[in-house]
Design a protein around this ligand. Structure first.
Ligand SMILES: [Zn+2]
Length: 87
C-alpha cells in the first residue's frame, strides 16, 4: 500500500511534467523547484512548485537563494529510520 503522491505544485496543484527518472530531474529540465516543508508530524515533506509559483513563493518568503539549491542537493536517501516513535 504505497501511495506515492504525484508531483504536483504545492500551490496551484499543477501536475509536474512527467519524467521517467528521479524527481530531481524535473527541476533543471522544467524549472520546477523542490523545497522542504514539514507536515504536522514534523516529518520532511517535499514541496514541489512550478516555476511560476516558485517565484511567488520566493517573493513572499523573501529568502531566495537557499531554495535555488535545494533541488540540486536533494539526495535520494531514505528518511531517518523510524525508531519506535510511531503513532
Ligand atoms: Zn504552481
Amino acid at each position: 500500500m504505497t501511495t506515492e503522491n504525484p508531483r504536483e505544485c504545492f500551490d496551484c496543484k499543477a501536475i509536474a511534467p512527467d519524467t521517467e527518472t528521479a524527481h530531481t530531474l524535473i527541476s533543471p529540465r522544467f524549472g520546477w523547484r523542490l523545497s522542504r516543508g514539514r507536515n504536522e508530524a514534523g516529518e520532511f515533506v517535499p514541496e514541489w512548485r512550478c516555476p511560476k509559483c516558485w517565484r511567488e513563493h520566493k517573493r513572499s518568503k523573501g529568502t531566495a537563494a537557499s531554495g535555488e539549491f535545494a533541488a540540486a542537493m536533494v539526495t535520494p536517501s531514505p528518511p531517518p529510520s523510524k525508531s519506535g516513535r510511531e503513532r
